[in-house]
Structures are given as C-alpha cells and as structure tokens.
Design a protein around this ligand. Sequence first.
Ligand code: HEM
Ligand code: HEM
Length: 180
Amino acid sequence: MTFQAQQVTRVLHWLSALFIIGLLGSGIYMADGNDYALYDWHKAFGVIALLLVIIRLYHRKVNPWQSSAKGSQHEKYVQLMHQFLLTACVLMPISGLIYSGLGGFGVDVFGIEIIPHRYSENGQVLAFNQAGSDIGKAIHYYLGYLMTALVIIHVAAALKHHFFDKDNTLSAMIKAKNND
Ligand code: HEM
Ligand code: HEM
C-alpha cells in the first residue's frame, strides 16, 4: 500500500470511529426516552455514516489493509472481527432507514428530506409498512447492542497491545510509515 493510501485508511478509520461511537452512544441514550431532540441528529449523522462506510469499503477493496496480526496465531479472529465491524457499519444505518422510513417517521439530512413523513388526519404518525418497520427496528436494536460490545472488545484489544504488549498495533493505525 502506498503512503497516501495508508493515510486515507487511517483518516477513514478514525473518522468512522468518531461517527460510530457517537451514534452508538446517542442511540442508546435517546432510545431510553431521554431526549427526543436527538432523533433528527442521530438519523442525519447515521445517513452520513453510511456514505462514509461505502467510501471506506471501496478504498479497502482497492488498497487492502494489512493487519498487525498478520502471520500471528489469531490473525483469523482479528480478520473476522474487522469484517463483522464493517458489516455492522453497513447494516446499522440500513436497518435504521428501514425502521424510520417504513414506520412513517421520515428521514431528513440537515433539512433535506430523503424519506417523507406520513401522518393520519389527526396528526398521528402512520406507517407505510408496519411489519417491515418492526423488522428494521429489531435488527437496529439487537445489532446495536452486539456492535457496542464488539467495539468495546476492539478498543480494549488495541489498548492491550499498546500498554501491555507494547507493540506497534495502535501506533501503526495512528501514524503512517513511509515505505515508498
Ligand atoms: C452507523 C449508523 C448507526 C448506528 C451505529 C446506530 C445506533 C443506534 C443504537 C445503538 C440505537 C439504540 C438501540 C435501541 O434501543 O433501539 C439506535 C436507536 C435508533 N436509531 Fe440508530 N444508528 C445508526 C443509524 C441510524 C439511521 C440512519 C437511522 C434512521 C434514518 C437511525 C434511527 C434510529 C432510531 C429512530 C432509534 C431509536 C429507536 C427507539 O426509540 O427505540 N439510526 N441507533
Ligand atoms: C477509540 C476507538 C478505536 C481504536 C483505539 C481502534 C484501534 C484500531 C487499531 C489499532 C486497528 C489496527 C488493528 C490491526 O492492525 O489489526 C484498527 C483497525 C480497524 N478498526 Fe478500529 N479502533 C477504534 C474504533 C473502531 C470503530 C468504532 C470501528 C468500527 C465499528 C473500527 C473498525 C476497525 C476496522 C474495520 C479495522 C481494520 C482496518 C480497516 O479496515 O480500517 N474501529 N482499529
């Protein structure tokens, strides 16, 4: 991988990390009934996170990431974990869009309506397809908690490598090496 491609991998990783951690935190907080004002922000940033992961997957295909675990005993598990995290980055926003979209709640991205709202005559939200929305909601809920657990394990593993094993797994994700 060229120096520039490594830099792009890092920028995409940390930008996505910021989005995903923010979305997991805001999602769990707001779904607890704490703050309805957060819904519009969560949905808008969630749609942007989907665009970001599409760019990331394309970049990763063209410039495959070489994990620090390459050649080690647990390379397979690390690969599996990264694949799961990337899959969840795709399925979380899609299930959110299905839940809100089919549920009639509408999706706006900073003032641009991408899926319309739907209301009954007395102002109640009216689903386009309740069963579909319920499936989206269930996926968003269970995958959201599973993803939270796996992100915690992922971060803990990075910190263990840095502070206990004292290897360059985390440093390599922070600073690119110029091998060109
Ligand atoms: C990577 C993107 C996303 C992540 C990581 C994420 C994460 C989460 C999490 C962890 C929850 C709490 C789970 C629950 O209790 O239901 C949640 C709730 C929610 N999310 Fe997302 N979300 C993302 C994108 C989206 C998108 C794109 C939409 C809609 C367009 C959306 C709509 C919602 C809604 C409406 C709730 C509240 C559910 C409720 O009140 O029960 N999310 N999200
Ligand atoms: C503070 C939070 C985070 C830290 C400290 C961190 C740390 C790291 C490190 C050190 C690596 C390199 C691992 C290796 O060489 O095998 C890595 C790779 C990776 N991380 Fe994270 N990470 C964080 C958040 C996240 C989040 C939130 C996600 C997505 C849900 C994520 C997804 C990935 C993926 C998919 C890779 C593989 C390389 C790639 O395709 O970009 N990380 N992370």
